[in-house]
Ligand binder design. Structure first.
Ligand SMILES: [Zn+2]
Length: 228
């Protein structure tokens, strides 16, 4: 049995849960998990039905993208996941989805300002749009790496989908749900004549400071995979 079996199974469970909830559709999107203490990560395979996936299908790659385990081809976005782990040492898990409401905001180039307490606490000060680059390319990898350094945990990928980070995999998956709720509420607000009000700046900053505190604990290696 693989020494990464727990992490592989955690990815399968998370992917199937997100599929059942409608956040992952068909084979779209991909998930990964950093292996703490190694320059290695686990990632979903390319073009594979999440509901048929087992732990053995998950790929283990090092930060040079050498495949250490798994017979299937890794996700076409594996290089993007790898780049995120290198520029964001506070991130343990990365979930990329094509979730519908967040994707809609990318089509009208609308970043989400700090609208709700839970949003600023877990997703960051705002959910910003990252400029377009084609899927599976080095251009997308570089564009993402350049635009995720501000310690937010959610981003919108123009004409593509969403990117969620977490201090663990459960947190990244919860962030998928928070983002979709915020996206729908913001889309509905944009349909009115009214301007969306934001949370007070001081509240946003206190919430963001709490998020940074969580992230710094990960950076200093105090949290193991799966939670506290
Ligand atoms: Zn995608």
């Amino acid at each position: 049995m693989s020494k990464y079996q727990i992490q592989k199974q955690a990815i399968v469970d998370a992917a199937q849960d997100l599929t059942k909830k409608g956040f992952l559709m068909a084979t779209g999107g991909n998930l990964s998990l950093r292996i703490i203490g190694e320059k290695v990560f686990a990632v979903t395979p390319s073009d594979f039905d999440y509901m048929k996936m087992t732990a053995d299908d998950i790929c283990i790659l090092d930060f040079e993208l050498n495949q250490l385990e798994g017979d299937l081809k890794p996700s076409v976005e594996a290089a993007m996941h790898c780049a995120i782990y290198q520029v964001r040492p506070d991130v343990t898990a990365v979930v990329h989805t094509h979730q519908v409401y967040a994707s809609a905001l990318t089509l009208i180039n609308k970043s989400i300002p700090g609208l709700f307490d839970e949003q600023t606490r877990f997703l960051g000060r705002s959910v910003d749009i990252i400029p377009y680059a084609p899927s599976g390319t080095g251009m997308l990898r570089d564009t993402i790496a350049k635009n995720v350094r501000n310690h937010n945990n959610a981003y919108l990928m123009k004409n593509h989908g969403a990117l969620l980070f977490g201090t663990d995999l459960d947190r990244a998956c919860h962030n998928v749900e928070i983002l979709e709720k915020c996206s729908l509420a913001y889309l509905l607000t944009l349909c009115t004549e009214k301007k969306a009000s934001k949370v007070p700046l001081a509240v946003r900053e206190i919430a963001f400071a709490k998020l940074r505190k969580d992230q710094k604990r990960v950076e200093s290696g105090q949290i193991a995979v799966g939670g506290e």
